[in-house]
Design a protein around this ligand. Structure first.
Ligand code: ADP
Length: 398
């Protein structure tokens, strides 16, 4: 069985083809700058060199034609071989707690969620609609970033705001990165040799976006992102938790319009706001060269992670393992050490040597006497989407 996973953005499509027998990646690629004068297509076939080409790609339909030509000419697959296409969809609201087979009604429902995710759902829909036209006979499944967090209890997902905003406008916390948190939780269970249903975990997905999830007996019971992916941890360019009254100050005292405030908090804040850079590797280089703002950004980033670890420890009562994942979580030993520093009172002790081991699919970095295990796990969100799409086709609940 082969499953193609598509992650459509407004001007890009990321894709991966998986052989489900052994979960191996047969082909992965990215088409970006769709609709611009020259689009860039990069892809990698099995373990071969990365191929690159530039060409005019007018829209998503055109991009998918290019993608399916690449698939056919790769010799890996023809259209009839493809069992299913799994689509990443960012926001599933309260409607989607599971992956779902896509039909006209589901497309309508995803479109209904656009006000909740105006930047993401329209782009995801472009990919879905174009693929439905091109591959009408291939089953297609939508997998939602929010679905894993639908198990949050109401006292965790509600904001202390008037109830009507929740009832009529859907104003509540939804959480994101659900496919990643679910995937690493399953991997952690396998690594620890225990059923996921018996484990309490704190998973930390630290990439350009970042979120923490408290997982009790395999289920998400709290998570740091909220109604949008702006809440929670400090991120590359997003502010994370701030005083909501700041909006009034920015508006009244500085005269900033709403759009400018939105851009400021999403694209000009976080690490970038504090030190001018958002890529963690660059920030480390700057800090190593003595840049005080970069040092402050690193300290703030680690401090805010530590606060969430403490909070979710209190929420869970007992924690079996912390799991670090995402580009930063998997590679940045300094941040892992800082985030866990002085947490021996909670039973968290990181082993300095293990922590500095190069990234691997799954590794343990805790000291022998640490009560809480500390794991570093390579997340594979696209593979998780393929696994969930397969379960959906077999009518299995995930
Ligand atoms: P995205 O959220 O876009 O998927 P990633 O999970 O790839 O992002 O994470 C990107 C972040 O990971 C960047 O800030 C990058 O600097 C950081 N990163 C990647 N490799 C390393 C490394 N070796 N050390 C520190 N940070 C790293």
């Amino acid at each position: 069985m082969k499953i193609l996973v598509l992650n459509a953005g407004s001007s890009s499509i990321k894709y991966s083809l998986f052989a489900m027998a052994d979960h191996s990646t047969l082909l992965s690629g990215l088409i970006e700058r769709i609709g611009e004068p020259l689009a860039l297509h990069r892809y990698q076939l099995l373990n071969q060199e990365v191929s690159r080409s530039e060409q005019v790609i007018a829209d998503h339909q055109h991009a998918l034609n290019v993608l399916f030509e690449t698939l056919s000419s790769s010799g890996l697959i023809n259209h009839a071989d493809l069992s299913c296409i799994g689509h990443r969809v960012v926001h599933g609201g309260e409607l989607f707690q599971q992956p779902v087979r896509i039909d006209a009604e589901v497309i309508r429902q995803i479109a209904g969620m656009v006000p909740l995710a105006p930047l993401h759902n329209p782009a995801n829909l472009l990919g879905i609609e174009a693929t439905m036209q091109l591959m009408a006979n291939t089953p297609q499944v939508a997998v939602f970033d929010t679905a894993f967090h639908q198990s949050l209890p109401d006292y965790a997902y509600r904001y202390p705001l008037p109830e009507s905003l929740y009832q009529h406008q859907g104003v509540r916390r939804y959480g994101f990165h659900g496919t990643s948190h679910r995937y690493v939780a399953k991997q952690a269970a396998e690594f620890l040799g225990k059923p996921l249903q018996q484990l309490n975990l704190i998973s930390l997905h630290l990439g350009n976006g970042a979120s923490v999830t408290a997982i009790e007996k395999g289920q998400s019971i709290d998570t740091s992102m909220g109604m949008t992916p702006l809440e929670g941890l400090m991120m590359g360019t997003r502010c994370g938790d701030i005083d909501p009254a700041l909006h009034f100050y920015l508006s009244r005292s500085l005269g900033l319009p709403l759009d400018a405030i939105e851009t400021l908090l999403n694209k000009e804040s976080g690490c970038k706001g504090v030190c001018g850079e958002n890529d963690m590797r660059t920030i480390h280089s700057m800090a190593d060269a003595g840049d005080a703002r970069a040092k402050l950004a690193l300290q703030m980033y680690a401090y805010r992670i530590k606060k969430y670890i403490g909070a979710y420890f209190a929420v869970l009562g007992k924690v079996d393992a912390l799991v670090f994942t995402g580009g930063i979580g998997e590679n940045d030993h300094w941040l892992r050490q800082q985030a866990c520093n002085n947490l021996s009172g909670l039973g968290i002790c990181v082993d300095e040597i293990q922590n500095k081991q190069p990234a691997r699919p799954c590794g343990a970095i805790h000291a022998d006497d640490s009560k809480v295990k500390v794991l570093v796990i390579n997340t594979q969100e696209e593979l998780e989407i393929a696994i969930q799409a397969q379960s959906c086709l077999s009518n299995l609940r995930i």
